[in-house]
Design a protein around this ligand. Structure first.
Ligand code: SAM
Length: 271
């Protein structure tokens, strides 16, 4: 059964606004892994569970064609609206059934998405569509972050911990895969050429408003919002206010530094 947590139109527009592209450092790791296994030019990349396309657009300069797919029509609608690349197309369909030919894909990616899939069926589909030596890249940020601001980081991170503790109560069981660094998924991949890294720390400057927006894209927050809408909205307002008081500023456009950790699994189909 697919998880229906990303279907709402409002949620999809939050996604488009507040989710950011995979960091450059992570992109470099993926492309150098691919280059060590397959020669250019690359014909086709597929980004499954693409959401509104932030993780798909980074592929456009490297491939003749890119396909972004997602089970949610609302996410695909937003992805199409935001797309400016001629070589990207988007399609609403499950990651377990990708609409491409056998052995046609150079790179298949899933950003913050694979933990929602039916893993065994998905990995069989990956094996069907990848070329020999084609690569699979599965990655996600881990939902534990730090916020740094001047000499106020300790107070800021106390609030972050409280936010995470509250949201963890609404954590879907599948988020377990992310918290354990995709270890089980890595073990299930049937290829011998594979690596897993779960200590990639990215430090990103952004306005406080973006962190507040990002929280609202989390599946945990969406579950909370569905169960207790008024409380969830108040929680966002109160959290924002607490940060502003600690920072002693009035604008949520004030810049903070967000530290987050990524997990990355790379694998290549044998010859
Ligand atoms: C956390 S979002 C990540 C979106 C995007 N890759 C990003 O990084 O911003 C996970 C996405 O996976 C999609 N999804 C969940 N189960 C799926 C499935 N079985 N097949 C395809 N997409 C799926 C959801 O609709 C959602 O858009």
């Amino acid at each position: 059964m697919a998880t229906q947590l990303f279907e709402g139109k409002e949620h999809a527009s939050y996604y488009q606004k507040y989710r950011f592209a995979p960091p450059q450092e992570l992109q470099d790791m993926i492309f150098s892994y691919l280059q060590e296994r397959l020669n250019k030019p690359y014909k086709l990349a597929v980004d499954v569970g693409c959401g509104t396309g932030q993780s798909t657009r980074i592929l456009a300069p490297h491939f003749e064609k890119v396909l972004g797919t997602d089970i949610s029509e609302a996410q695909i609608e937003e992805a199409k609206k935001a797309n400016t690349f001629q070589n990207i197309t988007f399609s609403a369909c499950p990651a377990e059934k990708v609409p491409v030919d056998d052995a046609s894909v150079d790179l298949l990616t899933a950003c913050t998405a694979v933990h929602w899939f039916e893993i065994d069926t998905f990995l069989k589909e990956v094996d069907r569509v990848l070329k020999n030596r084609g690569c699979l890249a599965l990655f996600s940020y881990v939902p534990h972050m730090e916020i740094h601001y001047k000499d106020r980081s300790e107070q800021m991170n106390k609030v972050v911990s409280e936010v995470e503790n509250l949201l963890n109560k609404y954590q879907h069981e599948k988020v377990y895969h992310v918290r354990t660094g995709y270890k089980d998924i890595f073990d299930t991949i049937p290829y011998t050429d594979k690596i897993r890294r779960d200590e990639i720390i990215i430090k990103a400057p952004m306005p406080l408003s973006e962190y507040i927006g990002l929280i609202q894209t989390f599946s945990m927050f969406q579950i909370y919002l569905g169960l207790e809408p008024e409380k969830a909205k108040d929680f966002i307002k109160t959290t924002e206010q607490r940060f502003l008081e600690i920072m002693e500023v009035s604008s949520t456009e004030t810049e903070v530094e967000l530290w987050f950790r990524y997990v990355l699994v790379l694998a290549s189909k044998p010859k």
